[in-house]
Design a protein around this ligand. Structure first.
Ligand code: GAR
Length: 210
């Protein structure tokens, strides 16, 4: 079985969806460690209940991003992850960390990238008067939220939406596309080669709900 490390800062609903997909065999992998930068994060309670080892590297204890990344790398290393999955991990990683997992580092971002990299994506889509919004799974490169996309899910924006209702609707789809993308990677079907995403050897279209 492939070994997954998941990094998360928040509630961990995406981590839960991935853990469930590992348990039911949809993803033929095992989560060997969950890492967080927030001691009180909900994801840690989920990890405890699921019996998954956890490590906390509190970013407030480190003077620089590099120092934090080195500490997190050192914590992950004994768990020997094949793939590192960012699931609501709210720290910007340095090139040092990213280079350690080139082609083996996925993120999910709550917007239809390249629209709205960064924070407050739901409010920004609403403020712009967009008619649709969504989420993107992508390989992580040095460019923030700018790595090659793997899979997107779209939702319509409806008249009474606020940032919370919209976020909830997007999150439901995140829970479908992230396990899908991870299972492709674990099965050796999804690859990042020379900056290009391929699925079964063919250049990956970046859109479509599984
Ligand atoms: C998700 O919506 C994820 O896309 C987003 O944080 C949320 C985490 O929810 N990630 C980012 O904003 C990354 N910059 P969860 O903790 O319930 O999985």
């Amino acid at each position: 079985l492939s070994r997954l490390a998941i990094l998360a800062s928040g509630n961990g609903s995406n981590m839960q969806a991935i853990a469930d997909a590992c348990s039911d065999g949809t993803i033929p992998a095992r989560i060997t460690v969950i890492g967080s930068n927030r001691p009180g994060a909900g994801v840690l309670e989920r990890a405890r209940r699921a019996g998954i080892p956890q490590v906390v590297v509190d970013h407030r204890d480190y003077a620089t991003r590099d120092a934090f990344d080195r500490a997190m790398l050192a914590e992950l290393e004994p768990h020997a992850p094949d793939l590192v999955v960012l699931a609501g991990f709210m720290r910007i990683l340095t090139p040092l960390f990213i280079a350690s997992f080139r082609g083996r580092l996925l993120n999910i971002h709550p917007s239809l990238l390249p629209k709205y990299p960064g924070l407050k994506t739901h409010a920004r889509a609403l403020a712009a008067g967009d008619r649709e919004h969504g989420a993107t799974v992508h390989f992580v490169t040095d460019e923030l939220d700018g790595g090659p996309p793997v899979l997107q899910a779209r939702v319509p924006i409806i008249p009474d939406d606020n940032a919370d209702t919209l976020a909830a609707r997007v999150l439901e789809l995140e829970h479908r596309i992230y396990p899908q993308a991870i299972s492709w990677w674990v099965k050796g079907r999804l690859r990042l080669t020379a900056g290009e995403v391929t699925l079964d050897g063919k250049t990956m279209p970046a859109t479509g709900i599984p």
